[in-house]
Design a protein around this ligand. Structure first.
Ligand code: PXL
Length: 287
């Protein structure tokens, strides 16, 4: 058995409506990796589709939690950031990572803030600017197309037709900020297809993968994809294989959700597919 790796997942805890920590925890643990958490806020539900949700900001508590972590000399193999509540929190997390990171720890950033050309409620252009500073210290950056455009400060290209070359150009510009791996999801380049592009800067390698686009807005799929890619990478899969394995898991979870007629705002039925996801990782490891 190899030494257990530890991820520190820095996301909100949305009590109902699967996303962020309620996906990161089960997915990462099932993939054989310890998932420690640093909750950024507690919400009764996520903010996309529910009305009247509660929000408790944990920024002050986070500083105290991290002081204790420091006294433990905690070994963190991967810092994984997702939905963050404020600009102050982004600044705090950059400091936390700088203080706790070791030479070989991976910084995996999902710059959760927008989708379909629009910012999520409570975020604005200044938040995107602050997120660029976090992207700069990342090793792996996994925005959707909207977030990618906000990070670069360009108009959202998804309003009109765009090509794979356009997205490759965006991936290169994002990698120039710092990360060696960039994965851009939510691509609608080909008719009725939804895909992602991965870019491995060191090997100058692009890979595009897609599936049939299913009708509907599937909440939490971005977070599920990010947690899955991270789990695959920490299991030693290449970026291309990590993306292939993860997109299969997310797509199958979407199909289960449709089949079960689950209310989409509660998140996708990934639990029905998690065992196959783990089997796929194990098979890839043994190849
Ligand atoms: O899935 C991204 C996400 C995470 N956390 C919260 C959200 C959202 C998207 O709406 O509201 C609280």
């Amino acid at each position: 058995m190899s030494k257990l790796k530890r991820v520190l997942a820095i996301h909100d805890l949305s009590c109902v409506g699967k996303c962020s920590l309620t996906e990161a925890l089960p997915v990462i643990s099932s993939a054989g990796i310890e998932c420690s958490v640093l909750p950024t806020s507690i919400l009764s539900t996520h903010t996309g589709g529910f009305k009247g949700y509660t929000f408790l900001d944990l920024t002050k508590e986070m500083s105290k939690i991290v002081e204790h972590f420091k006294s433990l000399n905690l070994d963190v193999d991967c810092f994984y950031t997702g939905y963050l509540g404020s600009i102050d929190q982004i600044d705090l997390i950059i400091n936390i990572i700088k203080k706790l990171r070791k030479d070989n720890s991976l910084v995996f950033v999902d710059p959760v803030m927008a989708d379909n050309g629009k910012m999520y409620p409570a975020f604005d252009i200044n938040f995107a600017k602050a997120m660029v500073n976090l992207a700069k210290i990342s090793d792996c950056l996994v925005p959707n197309l909207t977030e990618a455009c906000f990070l670069l400060g360009i108009d959202y290209i998804g309003e009109k037709k765009y090509s794979l070359e356009d997205v490759k150009d965006i991936a290169i510009k994002l990698s120039n900020l710092g990360p060696k791996y960039v994965v851009i999801s939510g691509l609608e380049i080909y008719e009725n297809r939804l895909g992602l592009l991965s870019y491995d800067k060191e090997n100058n390698k692009f890979d595009y993968i897609d599936n049939k686009k299913e009708e509907g807005y599937f909440h939490g799929t971005g977070d599920l994809l990010a947690s899955s890619i991270l789990s695959c990478l920490l299991n030693g899969l290449t970026l291309e294989k990590a993306c292939k394995t993860s997109i299969k898991f997310v797509y199958n979870s979407v199909l289960s959700t449709i089949e079960n007629k689950t209310d989409l705002k509660y998140g996708v039925d990934f639990e029905h597919n998690i065992l196959n996801f783990v089997k796929d990782i194990l098979e890839s490891k043994n190849e």
